[in-house]
Design a protein around this ligand. Structure first.
Ligand SMILES: [Zn+2]
Length: 216
């Protein structure tokens, strides 16, 4: 069994989606005066590796604290889409191996050139989902879609993709680091903070290869 951490490291150099809040940490030590270290953290709810709740796009959508906890853990399939140059289409998903009857209630992870290029800065020309891919993913009845892009939609485009996925009960994770992940089957664990009534949360995501039971 092997555990892969697919979360971005959070620090001052971690890219921020344009217009989103700044990230900062203030290490506050009072150890010398006799008590403890307690830092102050400031970040956006969609910073780095994170989960989007339907409330991100829908006024009456589920918030991050409303989503059932079992949405964030389960069997997942990683597809290799690193051959895609602009946007992922239904045809790309089929060619990568997303086939009928294979994905019900599972988690789908899409590895693209976004991971190969890395996360040293924000790249506006990131790989995104074509509407045909979103429709195909919905037809596969997955519960969570995870990507290595900062968003599932084209940068600066009118957003139909998030809403379409949320309307079909698919939760979205964005900003995964998949450079060292081979396509295949894993167990996905990605827990957002239990932030009451918020539209998303940064989270730590791991992919577990092999027999999950042997963790004990
Ligand atoms: Zn987001």
């Amino acid at each position: 069994m092997k555990i892969y951490d697919v979360s971005q490291l959070l620090d001052k150099d971690t890219p921020i989606y344009p217009g989103n809040p700044e990230f900062s940490t203030i290490f506050e030590s009072t150890l010398t005066t006799g008590t403890s270290n307690v830092s102050k953290i400031t970040m956006g709810s969609h910073f780095a590796t994170h989960i989007d709740a339907p409330l991100h796009m829908e006024e009456k959508g589920f918030s991050i604290s409303d989503i059932p906890i079992d949405t964030f853990i389960g069997k997942c399939t990683v597809l290799d889409l690193t051959n895609v140059d602009v946007s992922i289409t239904e045809s790309d998903l089929r060619k990568a191996g997303l086939v009928e009857n294979s994905s019900s209630n599972k988690i789908l992870v899409l590895k693209t050139k976004n991971s190969i290029r890395g996360f040293s800065k924000f790249y506006p020309d990131f790989i995104y989902l074509d509407p045909s891919a979103a429709e195909y993913i919905v037809s596969r009845k997955i519960k969570l879609l995870a990507t290595d892009g900062p968003s599932v939609k084209k940068f600066h485009s009118k957003d139909l993709i998030h809403k379409f996925l949320f309307d079909n009960n698919i939760v979205i994770a964005e900003g995964l680091v998949l450079q060292n992940i081979e396509k295949g089957e894993y167990t996905f664990v990605g827990m957002p903070l239990r932030l009451k009534g918020l539209d998303g949360s940064p989270c730590r995501i791991v992919l577990i290869e092999g027999d999950f039971e042997s963790l004990n």
